[in-house]
Design a protein around this ligand. Structure first.
Ligand code: MEV
Length: 316
């Protein structure tokens, strides 16, 4: 028996980094950009492959010591969740999400793989359980993740996220039209999160003030998203970018793309995710979408994705 599971990419609309310190943030799924796991139930010990690689990324040899490699850890945690001592089958991973680009590639690989493992075990893995497992693996990717990436990727719904608080999904009144543009520069979230932490230790008052200002923007953004007020939301995103720049997680390449989007008529623009490299997101309307897309490519974006995050997504 064979089948396919998947999980989407994500963007952070407002609030990255501050969310690690208990402030609110908003994340949206990017459903058309995904990681897929093709699975095949067979009698061999489990192997996990990347699409074009003949060498497996992982081969099951028993549960053993706690794995430090994220992929092996995901397999181990999922096996433990089901109390499975034997894992059989073949899984092939394929991803359209660029790695280390702020789009949640690590969480999406974990979520798609966790679902495929449940499928080869012929068991049901509810999102709540999968979310817990993916969060554990995010710690290996990120060090001290807030949990926002795994949450938006696993549930695939817009979320207003506060670390340690109950899940709170957002109702989007009017579709949010986004242009997502990649600097082509890989940057590890683990490193920017660590840099912000070092800054927090060294300049606590100033850094705290920046993080709190970002948190306040996320709170205002929620009301604007729910009221369908894109113009004001855009302004707030641009302000968020400026605060992230002051926090030290932007870069010339990100600033250049943000500027290009604004000049081309975007309502607002900001880096999205860990920063330093990776992607910016620009909030546009249907008329400005093609102009902003072209401007971002002309300004050096390596890849541009357009996405409309649908309105009227109900709470769970
Ligand atoms: C990464 O997508 C978002 C950060 O806030 C890290 C986290 O929340 O774990 C930078």
């Amino acid at each position: 028996m064979a089948g396919q599971t998947s999980a989407p990419a994500k963007v952070i609309l407002v609030g990255e980094h501050a969310v690690v310190y208990g402030m609110p943030a908003i994340a949206l799924p990017l459903s058309q950009v995904r990681t897929y796991a093709d699975y095949n139930i067979c009698d061999h010990a489990l192997s996990v492959h990347a699409e074009q690689d003949s060498q497996p990324l992982f081969r099951w040899t028993g549960s053993g010591e706690a794995a430090q490699d994220p992929l092996a850890a995901l397999v181990q945690l999922t096996a433990r969740h089901f109390g499975a001592s034997q894992l059989r089958g073949e899984i092939v991973l394929r991803s359209d999400i660029p790695i280390a680009s702020g789009l949640g590639s690590g969480a999406a690989v974990s979520a798609a793989l966790g679902r495929a493992l449940a499928a080869v075990l012929k068991r049901d893995l509810p999102n709540d359980a999968l979310n817990d497992i993916v969060y554990e693996v995010e710690k290996l990717h990120h060090g001290t993740p807030s949990g926002i990436d795994n949450t938006v990727v696993v549930y695939e719904k817009p979320v207003y996220y506060i670390k340690g608080k109950a899940l709170d999904f957002i109702r989007i009144t009017d579709p949010l039209h986004l242009v997502v543009a990649d600097t082509g520069i890989a940057a590890l979230t683990r490193e920017t999160v660590a840099d912000v932490r070092a800054r927090y230790r060294g300049q606590r008052r100033q850094t705290r003030a920046l993080l709190e200002s970002i948190g306040a923007l996320a709170e205002q953004a929620r009301a604007l998203v729910e009221a369908g007020q894109s113009r004001q939301l855009g302004k707030l995103m641009t302000r968020n970018h400026e605060l992230l720049r002051q926090l030290g997680v932007s870069s010339d390449a990100l600033d250049r793309l943000v500027e290009a989007a604004l000049v081309a008529g975007a309502c607002g623009a900001k880096l999205s995710g860990g920063g330093r490299g990776g992607n910016i997101i620009a909030l546009v309307d249907e008329n400005t979408m093609p102009t902003v897309e072209a401007a971002l490519l002309a300004a050096g974006a390596k890849q541009v994705i357009t996405s409309s995050v649908a309105g009227k997504l109900a709470s769970p």
